[in-house]
Write a protein of this length. Structure first.
Length: 330
């Protein structure tokens, strides 16, 4: 389905979808943030010190809870934690830039009068603010050797550009693959009351607040468009969906080889933390509870897709509502 076809369908048959878009747009006006207004970067409270134990990676981080990391000297744990936070921000920044480019390409084919234009532009503007926010945090942490996406990851993202034009449902699936892992980790840290550095905590709070709208839009877009896809394309998406989730999880959540080499992390530690240990496998499954619910509700969980989710190790229960905390058996 081309973008123009999808847009035409929405503009003539989906007033409810348009109402959702208008609501999201109003939310972007009434509840938005500016990284240089809403973060007091020069506040003493946000000052960065290399001996601050709040940089130690928390239990919610797969490596942070590993015995090898906990056995390191405190100074080493802090240094690794600072690099890791800066690295996560850099990967997030790279993803946001790719997303902005894709959204701008998408808007070219949105017709006059379609409320998608306003909301998607709001989202792109918010993502621009996020890139500035992430880069400012990286600069202040001071680890200028951190990298974002590696060369292999960047090559994989080349699929974004044709997807935007010829397979927009896959494009918005990839958006969720990039947004859901970061959102899940940040919400887990904020809900768990982790003792985070105030700068990191404030950046997370702002990011989570605005990403809620972005994720909601991607869900609504797919909920609106997937049922109208032809059976062959829908089947392709049903299998591509879990593959995109798993690939994007590795891009977003797994530390790069530069981090591993810099801190001489043993291979077996990395294998256990990402995603070999039972606890890490649970985390991997928990990340995608919301998108599994979306997949079920849009008819994308057919037998082949279900097998793909299981083979990739990201199957599991669906959430009962957006951002539901993970449920555990008593």
């Amino acid at each position: 389905m081309t973008l123009s076809t999808a847009a035409a369908k929405k503009s003539t048959t989906e007033p409810e979808y348009h109402d959702v878009l208008r609501g999201l747009s109003e939310g972007s006006v009434t509840k938005h943030f500016d990284p240089y207004v809403d973060i007091d970067w020069d506040s003493p409270e946000l000052a960065v010190h290399a001996d601050d134990p709040r940089w130690i990676m928390p239990e919610e981080d797969p490596l942070g809870r590993h015995p090898w990391y906990k056995a390191q000297p405190v100074e080493r744990q802090i240094e690794m934690g600072m690099w890791r936070q800066a690295g996560i921000a850099k990967v997030g920044l790279d993803f946001e830039q790719l997303l902005i480019r894709g959204l701008m390409q998408y808007l070219i084919s949105v017709p006059n009068g379609d409320p998608e234009f306003r909301y998607v532009t709001h989202e792109a503007a918010e993502e621009c603010n996020h890139t500035m926010m992430f880069q400012e945090m990286i600069n202040r942490i001071g680890h200028h050797d951190v990298i974002g996406m590696g060369p292999v990851d960047r090559k994989l993202t080349m699929i974004i550009w044709p997807a935007v034009k010829y397979f927009p449902e896959l494009f918005f699936t990839m958006i969720l693959g990039g947004e859901e892992p970061i959102d899940h980790l940040q919400k887990s840290l904020l809900r768990g009351g982790a003792d985070l550095h105030p700068m990191v905590q404030r950046v997370m709070q702002i990011h989570v607040a605005e990403e809620a709208r972005h994720i909601s839009f991607a869900h609504e877009y797919l909920r609106r468009n997937v049922p109208n896809m032809n059976p062959i394309t829908k089947t392709v998406l049903s299998v591509a969906f879990p593959i995109a989730m798993r690939v994007m999880l590795s891009m977003i959540a797994t530390p790069p080889k530069e981090f591993v080499e810099k801190f001489d992390i043993p291979d077996e530690v990395m294998r256990e933390a990402y995603w070999g240990s039972p606890e890490a496998q649970i985390t991997k499954r928990d990340v995608f509870a919301d998108v599994r619910a979306l997949v079920v509700s849009t008819g994308l969980m057919n037998p082949v897709a279900k097998l793909t989710w299981r083979l990739l190790g990201i199957d599991g229960p669906v959430s009962r509502y957006r951002s539901e905390p993970a449920r555990r058996a008593a």
